[in-house]
Design a protein around this ligand. Structure first.
Ligand code: HEC
Ligand code: HEC
Ligand code: HEC
Ligand code: HEC
Ligand code: HEC
Length: 235
């Protein structure tokens, strides 16, 4: 778990930059942002105050996301690490071949903050009657069930945001954002892998463009600005 890397300090700085925007610019912005702003957040202030650093390579600029207001933030890369699990659970067999709904197993997704991973009991509802002979992954599943006496299978986390970020599944799922928009074509995957960087620029990019529910009516633009507000994700 990572801790809060001075988010409060950045809030203070961004506010301060706003206040002095009219008068002296470089003197305030440059020295501070080089040292204090963590990578990925140093271009948060409007471009009219802090330009893209001269040293930025075209590759870095390509990985930033730009907003009409002049905000730019790093989008990041998808990690190259390949994740393995205690049991090679194939999403494709269940969610595609058998056509199971994602929320049969991840029932928290429309109800709260966490989508959740199902307890072994959910698996055994079927696997008690699916033959496991000669299938090592299913033998492992049965062994966990028999030995563990209810202990959860130690699944490795694929997605893990830092603690200082607030994320909620319910608002996204009820707001019409599909699982696949954030998690990729999971129903085609063997062991689940990440397809998104989970960096701030990734969140903001979608918040700037995604269709919003019609029920917002004339409040859509207001909602749009709320989705870019620091306090929406850092509270
Ligand atoms: C039969 C139950 C089952 C179904 C159906 C299912 N999943 Fe999963 N899912 C799991 C299990 C078990 C894990 C933990 C192992 C892993 O990460 O592969 C998991 C992991 C995940 C993860 C990674 C969680 C993490 O650690 O960050 C995502 C994302 C995910 N599922 C999305 C989906 C989506 C999208 C669908 C529908 C297309 C779906 N799942 C259908 C059981 C299921
Ligand atoms: C709705 C019933 C159902 C549920 C719930 C279910 N499975 Fe399955 N699963 C199956 C069936 C049926 C197969 C076999 C498909 C086949 O014959 O190829 C299977 C296949 C598998 C396989 C692949 C076996 C192999 O060697 O090909 C694994 C691993 C597995 N399941 C693990 C799990 C885990 C872990 C869970 C709980 C998170 C789970 N299943 C939940 C029905 C289910
Ligand atoms: C807007 C993007 C987005 C959408 C849409 C989304 N997820 Fe997630 N999901 C995430 C993020 C980000 C995390 C990491 C959360 C954390 O670390 O706190 C995550 C984590 C998970 C996990 C790991 C366990 C957990 O709850 O943290 C599972 C399982 C999962 N998602 C399944 C789903 C399923 C199934 C759907 C569709 C019903 C879905 N997600 C829709 C972004 C999304
Ligand atoms: C694929 C598009 C997409 C991505 C990626 C995405 N979001 Fe969202 N998010 C939305 C939409 C659309 C809404 C508005 C839903 C509504 O109001 O109905 C929303 C709403 C929110 C809200 C408001 C919830 C509330 O209670 O008002 C928060 C917080 C949030 N997102 C955090 C995040 C974070 C953090 C990330 C990145 C880790 C992220 N989102 C990535 C589309 C996305
Ligand atoms: C839509 C959600 C969202 C909004 C809005 C948002 N952030 Fe973030 N922020 C994130 C996420 C996700 C991360 C974690 C990214 C990572 O792991 O590097 C993050 C990380 C950060 C960090 C740490 C950077 C690092 O590299 O460790 C700072 C500082 C920060 N945000 C400040 C802000 C400020 C200031 C604002 C308002 C201008 C803001 N954020 C608005 C989602 C958001």
């Amino acid at each position: 778990m990572r801790s809060l890397p001075g988010v409060a300090l950045v809030f203070a700085l961004v506010t301060a930059l706003g206040v002095v925007a009219g008068c002296s610019t470089n003197a305030v912005a440059k020295p501070a942002d080089e040292e204090i702003f963590p990578i990925g957040s140093k271009n948060l202030a409007p471009n009219t105050i802090v330009d893209i650093p001269m040293s930025a390579s075209p590759l870095e600029i390509d990985k930033m996301t730009f907003f009409p207001e002049g905000l730019s933030v790093a989008v990041g890369d998808v990690p190259a690490e390949v994740i393995t699990q205690p049991i090679a659970f194939p999403h494709s067999k269940h969610a595609k071949d058998m056509g199971m709904d994602c929320q049969y197993c991840h029932s928290g997704a429309r109800k709260g903050q966490h989508a959740g991973v199902p307890p072994t009991q959910v698996c055994m509802g079927c696997h008690n009657v699916v033959a496991s002979d000669g299938r090592p992954e299913l033998e492992k599943l049965k062994a966990f069930w028999a030995d563990g006496k209810g202990d959860p299978i130690p699944w490795v986390k694929v997605h893990d945001l830092p603690d200082f970020v607030y994320f909620n599944h319910k608002r996204h799922v009820l707001g019409g954002v599909q699982c696949q928009e954030c998690h990729g074509q999971v129903q085609e995957m063997g062991v689940d892998q990440r397809v998104a960087s989970l960096k701030m620029g990734w969140c903001l990019d979608c918040h700037a463009q995604h269709a919003l529910d019609d029920s917002y009516g004339t409040q859509q633009e207001l909602r749009r600005s709320e989705l870019k507000d620091c306090w929406t994700c850092h509270k």
